[in-house]
Ligand binder design. Structure first.
Ligand SMILES: [Zn+2]
Length: 303
């Protein structure tokens, strides 16, 4: 049995999967915000409750909105800031009496879609999350590509490629740079760009709704969004040349992207043809927690 935990800012969710990917149990609790010890107790409590209800023990994998620093062994880059600087894997392993595997939530998303999701037939899966922020994870042969700094796929903080004059230096990003892709291609970035150009402070969802009913300003914002996303993707495609691109996050619900993106990416790719499919994720909001569970199987396969 494979148990996965998705550690979000508002809820901690756990799922137990059978070896075939079937969901055996699912539980969630609100995240005890700003209370690290209570978070450890909540996560280990979920695992124990699942194991009691099913009468068996499982491996445990966790997806977090951050990463374990290879330099210090401590959590870094988490927007649930009370996790930063903590030895989360050790503390949870102690609470549960077994090793736990921790990965960035984008990597969990990639693993989930690579194992039995929209990229299950592909060798190299580039899983792109376009939500409040923008990031990605890469799975190769159904394993997460991690790297020595644990930042593989942190594409949201690459600059917007082939920038036009009015895109330089670009909006300030929380990471300290200007013009990071995230400030353009996240759902938040789309809303901010629309607001800068029109003065209308509306959400990305509302912009898409207006675009669909023929609003010219919303159409222009969507078109710019598409153009920037295509440039950003082409840049990575030229390095990774993935077999499939899977979209996740709030913007992945915009069905027009799957029709419009390939033809907008193609002119930027240094190739006579561009055939990489851009697909919607299969497991939706469950992909993060499913990928966390699959970390257990990955550990077993590689040991
Ligand atoms: Zn940045």
């Amino acid at each position: 049995m494979l148990i996965g935990i998705d550690w979000g800012g508002t809820k901690i969710e756990a799922v137990a999967l059978g070896e075939d990917g079937a969901v055996l149990a699912r539980r969630r609790v609100p995240t005890p915000r700003d209370d690290y010890d209570a978070c450890i107790a909540a996560a280990s409590g979920l695992v124990r409750a699942i194991e009691r209800s099913l009468g068996s023990a499982g491996t445990v994998g966790i997806g977090i909105p951050g990463a374990i620093s290879p330099a210090t062994g401590l959590v870094k880059n988490a927007n649930s800031v009370w996790l930063n600087g903590r030895k989360l894997d050790d503390d949870l392993a102690r609470a549960l009496g077994r090793p736990v595997r921790i990965e960035n939530d984008a990597n969990c998303f990639a693993l989930s879609e690579a194992i039995d999701g929209a990229g299950a037939d592909a060798r190299v899966v580039w899983a792109v999350i376009l939500g409040t922020g923008a990031g990605s994870g890469i799975a190769v042969d159904q394993k997460v590509l991690v790297g020595p700094h644990r930042i593989a796929g942190e594409w949201g903080h690459n600059p917007l490629p082939w920038p036009r004059d009015d895109e330089r230096p670009g909006p300030a990003c929380f990471c300290g740079q200007h013009g990071c892709l995230e400030t353009f291609i996240s759902g938040t970035g789309l809303a901010a760009d629309h607001s800068r150009r029109t003065g209308a402070a509306i959400t990305a969802e509302e912009i898409v709704r207006l675009m669909r009913v023929g609003d010219g300003a919303a159409r222009a914002s969507y078109d710019l969004y598409l153009d920037r996303l295509a440039r950003g993707m082409a840049h990575v495609i030229q390095i990774l040349d993935p077999d499939v691109i899977v979209l996740g996050g709030g913007m992945s619900g915009v069905d027009e992207l799957y029709r419009d993106l390939p033809e907008r990416i193609a002119p930027w790719v240094f190739s006579d043809v561009f055939v990489t499919p851009v697909r919607k994720n299969r497991h939706g909001a469950s992909s993060g927690v499913r990928g966390a569970a699959w970390l257990g199987a990955e550990a077993a396969r590689s040991s």
